[in-house]
Design a protein around this ligand. Sequence first.
Ligand code: NAD
Length: 356
Amino acid sequence: MTLPNFVNFSIPDSIRFEGKKLNMAICGLGRYADILANGLEAAQYCQVAGIVTGTATKAEKWKKRFNIRQKNIYNYQNFDEIKNNKDIDLVYVVLPNSMHKDFVIRAAKAGKHVIVEKPMATSVEDCREMINACKKAGIQLAVGYRLHTEPFHLEIKRLGQEKVFGQVRLIESSLGYVSGDPTEWRLRKEMSGGGPLMDIGLYCIQSCRYVSGEEPVSVTAQFGPVTNKKLFSDVEESITWQFEFPSGLVSNSSSSYNCKIDRFFASADEGSFELNPALGYGPYKGKTSQGDLNFPTINQQATQCDEIAKVLLANKQLPVHISGEEGIQDMRILHAIYEAAETGKKVTIPQIHHPL
Ligand code: NAD
């Protein structure tokens, strides 16, 4: 399908791929890897050629499904041997957040391009190490931001950045779901880096940034509502925060593991635009003050992986707004939000200068 032309990493039609596909190894075969698998089955420019897993039954299932050669199946211990495997161009890291750094650096040292799931890591320092390792190895690093190639999101980005309804003044963007499994790694800070903010609050931050085209300059934040102290003893259950942007735009967002919410609303000088549902897996619904937004529901993972694959197959540079530099900026912002909630004070956010 053709994406709205606001997609700024599309490769010109004049480049012909002639059936060539980027070969990916999926590292970590959990729930999101299953969703990616459906996307990769539908993808045109990439395919699953390898896997990295610690579970024999999963290896067997994926091997059959994607016709993977036995020599392209790795475990977490022998993963570094992927260096000598010409069948694999890229490793897609879909492990718990605290494991991202190690596997991205190992993949980079093996000379493979990397996509790492969001959040890029759990600390700014780890993100920096990952970026440096990828630079040193001369490979490209992308963060798995699936909404940068999604038509409704490309449209709200265009509406905001091109000021179609004038200057955006106010944004509300929130995402929450109910999570009740006490054994889940997401509830252990050491593995997740934090609660719903790290996990899904990131989508709220991203949408505020790419719709405004601005970086937040400061943040205030509050933990709550708190309804289950036992389950959420290590990470927050819910959090709400407010950004101020250089133009005077103000945003308010919540992310939660105990409240269902999934919406985006922007109020501008001459109108408004919104998505509801907005940030989960969709299907999305959108409208502006002038009428409905109509775009096809796409396979987000297929489109995201195809767009990345086309850039890499064409030997071009991936755009900065899905790069490690974007991942590290989100990490700075995530930690600024936590600091604001913990101290009760307004926290200043370091500014960066790259296109959103
Ligand atoms: P999951 O728990 O379902 O899968 C994690 C995988 O890691 C499992 O296969 C597990 O066996 C493996 N693993 C290896 N060592 C482990 C260890 N020590 N502890 C726990 N698991 C271990 O998690 P998930 O929901 O698939 O999330 C994986 C990553 O994908 C996370 O970074 C998450 O933020 C990201 N994610 C992204 C999206 C998105 O929309 N882009 C959606 C969901 C998850």
